[in-house]
Design a protein around this ligand. Structure first.
Ligand code: URA
Length: 283
């Protein structure tokens, strides 16, 4: 006899299904391939969210897809030395206040040129005591309008990724490398990112998440302080300011090339392993 699932489990399973569906698994089984769809991969992914995201296309069917995504091997854990300058721990009960004070210190910021084009400064969203934190690149149009990170299409995908991990968005903490929207969603310039990241680092020091996920190359570059292709940074755990840092693809990139979602899911599984989370069972 089938047992009924509680609503949280049902929502987590539904989110995973959406995530798998976006991978194109159902099309893999059902559809004959249209060769025109096989030549769609972008040559050089930019991290910025495109202002117009192309409609989702059916996925190529000739790629190897494992029977279950859980079967993918998780690479062995490697840790790297801490960078210097890790801040003092803030007691859990003080974190919300500490973040409020930090937000006040940032104020109506004019420290870099990005302030000239912004509508709303995007500080962060989520639980000051989160065990898991995501860092993106910078606000896009929707985020600039609402003053919250990851509320556009990339944000919807991030929400699905979080739910597929068995968590709620309110349980994690989300911030960006820069807090003001770069014009045309371009990548932040180094002087803009370097002006803003001291505040991001202080947010990280306050929240002190167990696991930090860098979404895309810009976040990875400015968190780790080294510019490297994502391929060299993914698949392992970096020690960073008291957290385990994991690097994965930016959701905006996954919207443009959904075939990479299975790689992103493998990265999220590393995060889940560090957090001791088990993905909700299917069925
Ligand atoms: N892309 C980002 O990097 N951050 C956001 O907040 C939204 C889109």
């Amino acid at each position: 006899m089938r047992q009924s699932l509680d609503s949280a489990t049902q929502e987590a399973l539904a989110a995973r299904l959406r995530f798998y569906r976006d991978l194109g698994l159902h099309e893999f089984y059902r559809r004959p391939v249209d060769p025109a769809l096989l030549a769609d991969a972008p040559s050089m992914p930019s991290q910025a969210e495109p202002s117009v995201v192309p409609a989702r296309q059916a996925q190529p069917i000739n790629m190897p897809i494992p029977d279950t995504l859980e079967d993918q091997p998780i690479p062995p854990r490697t840790t790297f030395p801490e960078p210097p300058g890790v801040g003092a721990a803030v007691a859990p009960a003080e974190r919300e206040k500490a973040l409020r004070i930090l937000r006040e210190e940032i104020g109506d910021c004019t420290r870099c040129a990005l302030h000239t084009g912004r509508n709303k400064l995007v500080f962060a969203d989520g639980d000051p005591n989160a065990r898991l934190m995501f860092v993106g690149e910078g606000p896009g149009a929707d985020e600039d309008a609402q003053g919250l990170p990851f509320v556009g299409r990339a944000g919807q995908l991030l929400n699905n990724m979080i739910a597929a991990m068995g968590l709620k968005r309110e349980e994690v903490y989300i911030a960006n490398v820069v807090k003001c929207r770069p014009p045309g969603n371009r990548t932040p310039e180094p002087d803009e990112a370097n002006t803003c990241t001291p505040f991001l680092f202080r947010q990280i020091d306050v929240v002190r998440p167990q696991v930090l996920v860098a979404l895309g190359a810009t976040a990875a570059t400015y968190l780790l302080g080294q510019r490297q292709p994502l391929a060299g940074l993914r698949g392992r755990v970096h020690a960073f300011r008291g957290s385990q840092l994991i690097v994965t693809y930016h959701p905006a990139y996954l919207l443009r090339d959904p075939r990479q979602k299975k790689e992103a899911w493998a990265d999220l599984q590393i995060a889940m392993r560090e957090l001791g989370l088990k993905a909700p069972a299917r069925d």
